[in-house]
Ligand binder design. Structure first.
Ligand code: NAP
Length: 247
């Protein structure tokens, strides 16, 4: 890769929270970042912040729950940019409820956005990465996918599914210079955790070895490492960034 050629990194769920921090970090590390989420105006705000810091990128509004739009968006990015080098599947939703009360719709929606969209984006980038004989796939799962959590059967199934899929991709694509890894966050301060009561969060933080919630930037550091040249011999791994919750 020539000095003037930037690697292209696509980050889903880049309009807020962890995805926003990942996109900003990859931009500051020199990537051209493609920001994906539904809310175009919030994506454009993040893009402006990136550009103000001297970074480059573009935004693409897309509903990851709609496979046809997602495939069309991926095709359009690949044809406009010519390739994708780094893929970060970060967008995620939860629709919590105990199993007896969980509806089919809540199960399907969580699986569609968190797991099926990850499958579609990975399939879409595989050929381009294989052609370039270099690629980094980083899927953002959750500690819930590793140990389960009451009220999150749908979310845990999707997040555990991401782990199995990523390990499979590591095995399928490794010979082409492509790595695939998972980052599994614990409690991170974002809109997703803001929806929980502050007492529950404070209680959860007290039980952690590091005694505090994590920051989105702390997930971005892990992603930046896995996206880097330095992580070229790391594949099929789950990097848990959770203040010691699962250890
Ligand atoms: P967040 O603040 O709720 O942000 C979610 C992001 O996903 C937003 O950018 C949202 O953008 C996007 N998104 C949601 N549904 C989408 C859809 N249908 N199509 C396209 N984009 C969609 O979440 P977060 O806390 O940053 O979490 C990011 C990831 O980390 C998720 O996968 C989550 O499961 C995982 N995680 C978070 C925590 C935590 O404590 N925060 C812990 C473990 C794992 P729009 O609304 O604009 O579409």
């Amino acid at each position: 890769m020539g000095n003037n050629e930037r690697r292209v990194a696509l980050v889903t769920g880049a309009s807020r929270g962890i995805g926003r921090a990942i996109a900003k970090r990859l931009a500051s590390d020199g990537h051209h970042v493609v920001l994906v989420a539904r809310d175009q105006s919030r994506l454009d705000e993040v893009l402006s912040e990136i550009e103000a810091d001297g970074g480059v990128g573009e935004s693409r509004a897309c509903d990851l729950g709609d496979p046809a739009s997602l495939e069309a968006m991926m095709e359009s990015v690949l044809s406009d940019r010519g390739r994708l080098d780094v893929l970060v599947n970060n967008a995620g939703i939860n629709r919590d409820g105990l199993i007896l009360r969980m509806s089919d719709e809540d199960f399907d929606e969580v699986l569609a956005v968190n797991l099926r969209a990850t499958f579609i984006t990975c399939r879409a980038v595989a050929r381009s990465m294989m052609r370039g004989r270099w690629g980094r796939i980083i899927n953002i799962s959750s500690v819930t996918g590793l140990v389960g959590n009451p009220g999150q059967a749908n979310y845990a199934a999707a997040k555990a599914g991401m782990v199995g899929m990523t390990k499979t991709l590591a095995k399928e694509l490794g010979s082409k210079g492509i790595t695939a890894n998972v980052v599994a966050p614990g409690f991170i301060e974002t809109d997703m955790t803001e929806a929980m009561s502050s007492e529950i969060l404070a209680e959860a933080a007290k039980r952690l070895p590091l005694r505090r919630l994590g920051r989105p930037e702390e997930i971005a550091h892990a992603v930046a490492y896995l996206a880097s040249e330095d992580a070229g011999y790391v594949t099929g791994q789950v990097l848990t960034v959770d203040g010691g919750m699962v250890c």
